[in-house]
Write a protein that binds this ligand. Structure first.
Ligand code: EPU
Length: 459
């Protein structure tokens, strides 16, 4: 399709408006949702956007390229705007070429200091540290923030930078990491004591411009990592083993994309979010533009529980689900695990599922120590949940949830509240919505499209 000049202007205007919204922190919207009272009335098709957690490392990787780099299928969410502002503040030129397509040139980077305010609010900002250090020999940044789901330390990053020959200092709460004048980051053998997704991405990207060989052991296996590595290899990187627990990178020069554009893969967490919603509240639902093979843990569990799911190549279909009463679905225990296990990002959403099926289910969050914060709100809605400790809850179903006023603590818990309030009887208000726009694009429009009675009230 030919991009017209007016399209470019409209895109740029929209982009500026979105960027302004990132700074409008005081304005928080609320959502009013009319629940279905347990009925399965949703119907239709919902398309999955590009993956947030693939787009953030991809945009960070722009620092590794000479003469620019093009990324398509970027989701229209606030975290992307924040990442683009971070890049621009360093001196990168970020151009929105078309809807969901950006061209980024990093040849004129002037600063290696990450913007403090934005980085403090976004965990994904840390991925930029490795590439800046590898290309310019220095980077400074605050402790990255993000969703309130646990302590989220960065020891694995700092230890690895030190192994690669960098010096780490903490100056007034800001990390300053540097390799020294006229020196380069050196390849090293890195072993992660705990599997870390952004840690694997950061060090894999840093290794591309480091001197010599970097080996990452106990690496994360997320498909987004392999997807990005394959593209980077086509642009001159030498990465082997991405997608397995040992990744080897032979360092070299800046990469060159030529005419290649990197297409962000579908968001398997967003697809999973729609699937859990559909399992509870839809009669017939098609979730399109997704990749079921990367959602094995969730699909298997829901199928075992009795949800009528059909998988196609890029589609998941829930068919004639209205015939099945939720209370007749089989109860299941959930234990989160690094990929390919059950994703922690879908844990809170699954808790809602467990409140609707018969029996007692144990939900065990193994990755983050603060990711069960939503429990009290669900109890307040009528759920029967016993908190065992900060990692485990026991849920007894089925219970009729009732509409309530809620406030989310993190992106996924906020979406879990959307599911809970859609399932519930009566009207709910989700107040002070801070997270949903960071990870799910145009959520009310897309949910309305399948029959959810949802209204956004601007803050
Ligand atoms: N950890 C350490 N030290 C470190 C790094 C991590 O102890 O230096 C620990 C963490 O405290 C946690 C575990 O290792 O207990 C795993 O954390 P990980 O580093 O893998 O998480 P992350 O990279 O910060 C990414 C996603 C999260 C997702 C997790 C786990 C991005 C930007 N974020 O976070 O996504 O929950 O992996 O899969 O990729 C979300 O999208 O809502 C989200 C929170």
């Amino acid at each position: 399709m030919k991009v017209k000049n007016t399209d470019n202007i409209n895109n740029s205007l929209r982009y500026l408006q979105q960027k302004k919204a990132v700074f409008d922190e005081n304005k928080k919207d609320k959502f009013i949702i009319e629940g279905l009272g347990g009925k399965k009335k949703l119907n239709g098709k919902i398309a999955v956007a590009g993956a947030k957690n693939a787009a953030l490392p991809a945009l960070s990787a722009s620092i590794l390229f000479r003469n620019g780099f093009c990324v398509s299928n970027i989701p229209n969410i606030k975290d992307i705007d924040s990442m683009n502002i971070l890049l621009e503040k360093l001196g990168a030129i970020v151009k929105k070429q078309a809807e969901k397509k950006y061209h980024i040139v990093t040849d004129e980077i002037k600063s290696v200091a990450l913007d403090i305010e934005i980085s403090k609010k976004m965990r994904g900002s840390i991925i930029l540290t490795g590439v800046l250090l590898a290309r310019f020999g220095k980077v400074s940044f605050p402790h990255p923030g993000g969703c309130i789901i646990g302590a989220r330390p960065i020891d694995a990053f700092l230890n690895s930078f030190q192994k690669m020959g960098a010096k780490v200092q903490n100056r007034n709460g800001k990390y300053v990491v540097s390799v020294g004048k006229n020196k380069k980051l050196k390849g090293a053998k890195i072993f992660f004591n705990k599997i870390t997704v952004t840690g694997t991405e950061t060090l894999m990207l840093a290794g591309i411009l480091a001197k010599g060989r970097t080996v990452i052991e106990n690496a994360a296996l997320e498909p987004e990592i392999k997807h990005l590595a394959d593209f980077l290899n086509s642009c001159g990187a030498k990465i082997r083993g991405a997608g397995t627990s040992t990744i080897e990178i032979i360092g070299g020069n800046l990469l060159s994309a030529g005419n290649r554009a990197y297409k962000i893969p579908p968001d398997r967490i967003e697809a999973g979010s729609f699937l859990i919603l559909g399992a509870l509240s839809a009669d017939n639902l098609e979730i399109t533009d997704c990749d079921p093979k990367h959602m094995r843990a969730l699909i298997n569990i829901l199928k075992d529980s009795g949800v009528p799911i059909i998988e196609e190549k890029n589609k998941i279909i829930i068919k004639d689900n209205g015939k099945i009463k939720n209370k007749h679905l089989k109860c299941i225990d959930i234990k989160t695990h690094e990929y390919p296990g059950f994703p922690t990002d879908l844990q809170s959403l699954m808790a809602i599922y467990l409140t609707q099926i018969s029996g007692e289910s144990l939900l065990f969050e193994t990755i983050f120590e603060g990711r069960l914060n939503y429990t009290d709100d669900l109890i307040n809605m009528g759920a029967n949940i016993i908190m065992i400790d900060t990692h485990r809850i026991m849920i007894k179903g089925p219970t009729q949830l009732k509409g309530r006023e809620l406030i989310g603590n993190d992106l996924r818990a906020e979406f879990a509240f959307f599911i809970a309030t859609i399932v519930a009887k009566g009207k709910s208000v989700i107040n002070n919505v801070r997270y949903i726009d960071r990870g799910y694009e145009r959520i009310e429009e897309r949910l309305s499209g399948i029959g959810v009675n949802i209204q956004r009230i601007k803050g």
